[in-house]
Design a protein around this ligand. Structure first.
Ligand code: FES
Ligand SMILES: [Fe+2]
Length: 387
């Protein structure tokens, strides 16, 4: 398919004008709400503004503690052009810039276990806390004391096993902001879960389109007509409580539906869930773009990582109970789960790519929102407060 998204420049590419338009929209009544203006999805200038105010100014999900259970474990990810490494050292978890202090090569990529992190360019070597411990053939460099050198640390907090990072030293503690979710996260035993698999894929559209689509079930009857709609009809979904840091959409199982329609993967449900509890899946957005699917037998936690205004990496992590991951043959179960998630993902990718193309029209304008998509308005309200 031709890449229409890059052919035409946005009619308005002036960040201040777009910010003003967004601030003038209704933020007081869901029944009067509309989408953000289409320029907010197509402007390079506004994209840069968002990256500064939102992605560098707020908390971003990086991973789960079960990805680094042992000393020496590490994983990496890139957030707004910052290669980061998350390690478990003898003193606990560190989040650091992965950019070498020498000539900027990322010292490590992917994930694994290592005693030390060795830069692939000239073998400068760092311990798991980011201290520079090896610099071959640098003995003639004057006034260079490697013992004074350390990879920059990134502020992080671990909330129920979820590792969040921020580049801001001003933003309030995320644990404080998400405090009202403690009971829910305890119920889902989020800190105790195991990683079943991770999945990263490219989304050829603006990051906000991905968030909005994940957070509403209005599109089930069209986009997921033959996949999700039968068991989880969009019309039954409802948007419940939200807070300063999150919003929630509930997806009940169809009336007279069977539990087998929820427990589709052969996993052991989380302990303490009643049959009634298991008849619903919840969708949560932790602003700006951490998306959590809460199922009675698994959690999917995604972080959207924008590359540019029209390209986003979807970084997904799926967590299950330790009982499930200890079952014989679990590797096959995890592989099957991963494969089966792809059909739903493809349906969303296709419609969001089409939506992105439509949004480039100079005839496109903010569209009215219905009660099944109040979460789309919640995201817009969050953005209004941050820009
Ligand atoms: S850039 Fe890392 S050792 Fe040279
Ligand atoms: Fe969808």
């Amino acid at each position: 398919m031709p890449d229409y998204s890059r052919r035409i420049d946005c009619a308005i590419d002036d960040s201040a004008t777009i910010v003003e338009k967004i601030k003038q929209q209704r933020s007081d009544d869901a029944a009067l709400s509309s989408t953000l203006p289409p320029e907010a999805y197509n402007s390079d200038a506004f994209f840069s503004h968002e990256m500064e105010k939102i992605y560098r100014g707020d908390w971003v999900f990086a991973g789960h503690i079960s990805q680094i259970p042992n000393v020496g474990d590490y994983f990496t990810l890139d957030i707004v052009n910052e290669p980061l490494v998350v390690t478990r050292g003898p003193d606990g978890v560190s989040v650091m810039s992965a950019v070498c202090l020498h000539r900027w090569a990322p010292i490590v990529t992917g994930s694994g276990n290592a005693k030390a992190l060795v830069c692939p360019f000239h073998n400068w070597t760092y311990d798991l806390g980011g201290n520079l411990i090896g610099t071959p053939y640098m003995n003639q460099a004057a006034e260079f004391d490697r013992k004074q050198c350390k990879l920059p640390r990134i502020r992080h907090e671990i909330f129920h096993g979820l590792i969040f990072i921020t580049f801001s030293d001003q933003v309030e503690s995320i644990a404080q902001r998400l405090k009202p979710l403690n009971a829910m996260f305890d119920k889902y035993q989020v800190a105790e879960l195991d990683t079943a698999y991770t999945l990263d894929y490219d989304c050829p559209f603006n990051w906000k389109m991905a968030v909005e689509t994940f957070m509403e079930c209005y599109h089930h009857s069209a986009v997921h007509r033959t996949t999700l709609e039968d068991s989880f009809p969009g019309r039954l979904s409802y948007i419940g409580e939200d807070g300063p840091g999150w919003t929630l959409c509930h997806q009940p199982l169809r009336k007279n539906g069977e539990l087998s329609e929820v427990l589709t993967e052969g996993l052991i449900p989380l302990s303490g869930f009643s049959e009634q509890d298991m008849r619903q899946i919840d969708l949560m957005l932790v602003y700006p773009s951490c998306l959590i699917g809460l199922n009675p037998d698994r959690l999917s936690i995604s972080q959207l990582l924008p590359i540019d205004k029209h390209m986003t990496v979807w970084h997904r992590l799926v967590l299950v109970s330790k009982d499930s991951s200890a079952q014989p043959g679990f590797a096959d179960t995890a592989a099957a789960m991963k494969a089966s998630s792809l059909s739903i993902i493809d349906e969303d990718l296709a419609i969001n790519a089409a939506q992105q193309r439509g949004s480039l029209s100079r005839l496109a304008a903010p569209g009215r929102l219905g009660h099944l998509e109040t979460t789309v308005w919640h995201l817009a309200n969050y953005i209004r407060t941050r820009i």
